[in-house]
Structures are given as structure tokens and as C-alpha cells.
Design a protein around this ligand. Sequence first.
Ligand SMILES: C[S@@+](CC[C@H](N)C(=O)[O-])C[C@H]1O[C@@H](n2cnc3c(N)ncnc32)[C@H](O)[C@@H]1O
Length: 228
Amino acid sequence: MKPHNNHTFGQKVQHVKSPNSKGIIKHLVSKFEKISLNHRLLFSLYSFPYFGVLRREINLARITSDDVVLNIGCGAMPFTALYVSKITGAQVIAIDNDPQVICQAKQTVSYWNMADRITIMFADGKDVEGIFFTKAIVALQALPKREILKNLTESNVSGATLLFRQPRNWCKNQYDDLPESSSDGFVRHLMPTFSKTLMFAVDKSHKHEEALFEDIPLIADQHNNRSA
Ligand SMILES: C[S@@+](CC[C@H](N)C(=O)[O-])C[C@H]1O[C@@H](n2cnc3c(N)ncnc32)[C@H](O)[C@@H]1O
């Protein structure tokens, strides 16, 4: 499905800037995932709080065994993919744009005997195409979120449901975020770095285009204004 005003839409997207893409928290999380993926106890302790997150997200998007879930930003320790498939029985296609983590993510999935249900692929959420999915879960760390939303909205069939984790205010300079007013629903979490998951329904894409790309101050401008 393509937007009705692709030219204007595309032009606006080009101006969207990402926040500090080398945020210290993101760096530490990625490092920690790479180190602890072979330690069963560390893996379980670290990923345990996500079990509740996933249960709320699954209820919000009504994910079932009939779904194909695209997980964007799976990391070396792809616990979102593992939990969503374990809880619902859905097939998961988990992608990451860091080639270093792909091999580790594949090993982790095999280690947990989930290779028949989870496919790991090297790809970027902002331009991935040709993958059929019915639901998508986008990691807190994934960016640029607006371009990912645009790509998923344009490239997928109507009826898909997209979930984006939304950073808490205190770490919005570390993670990319989306305007909440354009979402179709949300669930709250008590996680230290994110407070909500926003839901977007692809069949309402035109609403999102307008809400997301018109009259929204650039993220870089917001940060400049804050620090001025
Ligand atoms: C550290 S992981 C955290 C995810 C966590 N393991 C999970 O299962 O929810 C976040 C990952 O998002 C990836 N990422 C960031 N932006 C991305 C994008 N546009 N497309 C694909 N992967 C992305 C990073 O490379 C990083 O590995």
C-alpha cells in the first residue's frame, strides 16, 4: 500500500533527524547482550522483566499462533522473538542491522531450540521489503522510528499491526520516539527506559502520515531547544 501523496511524504521524511545514535545506554545494552548470551542464568535474569512486557504487547496486538511477527532490532539476545513465539506459537522473523549480532542471535535461537519458529535475518527496518508479516514489534533501540513506521506502513498489507516501544522522557536523548497522538492504542510498562508500547494499525496509514510528518518539530530541533 502506497501513500496518496508520496512525494511530499518522502521529502518530509528526509528531514527527520535521529537523536544521539551513540547513546551510552544503548551501547551498554548491546555490549551486555553480546557478553551474556551464552550464560543461561544471566540471559534469564536480564530478559525476565520482558516476559511481562511481551504479555501486555501480545494482548494489545492480539498476537496468536496464526500470526507472522516481524521483530525489528532483535539484538544478539533476541528475547522478544523468543518470548513472543514461546507464548503464542507464532512464527517470528527477527531482523537486525548490525551484522555482528546476526550470527550470535542465530546461535541463541538454536540454543533455545527455537530455530524452527524463529528466522534471523540481516536487514534494516527502515528499508526492509518483501517480508510478509501480520504483526511487527520494534525494539526500543531501533531507529529512525518514523522511517521504520513509514516503511512498514507502505510495504505491508492492510490489517497489519505495528508495535513500537516508547522511551521514557528522561532518556529521549538516547532513543528515538514517535508522537503518541497518532497511535491507535498503547499499553504501559514499568521498565526503566520505556514506559509504553504504542500500537499502529496499517489500515489507518493516512492518518499516521499526516500526524507524523506534518507540523512535528524535528527531533534534533527539540534537543537543540532543550539544551539552548
Ligand atoms: C540491543 S537490541 C535489544 C533488543 C532485545 N534483544 C529484544 O529482544 O527486544 C536492539 C537492536 O536494534 C538494532 N537496530 C537498531 N536500529 C535498527 C534498524 N533500523 N533495523 C534493524 N535493527 C536495528 C541494533 O543493532 C540492536 O542490536
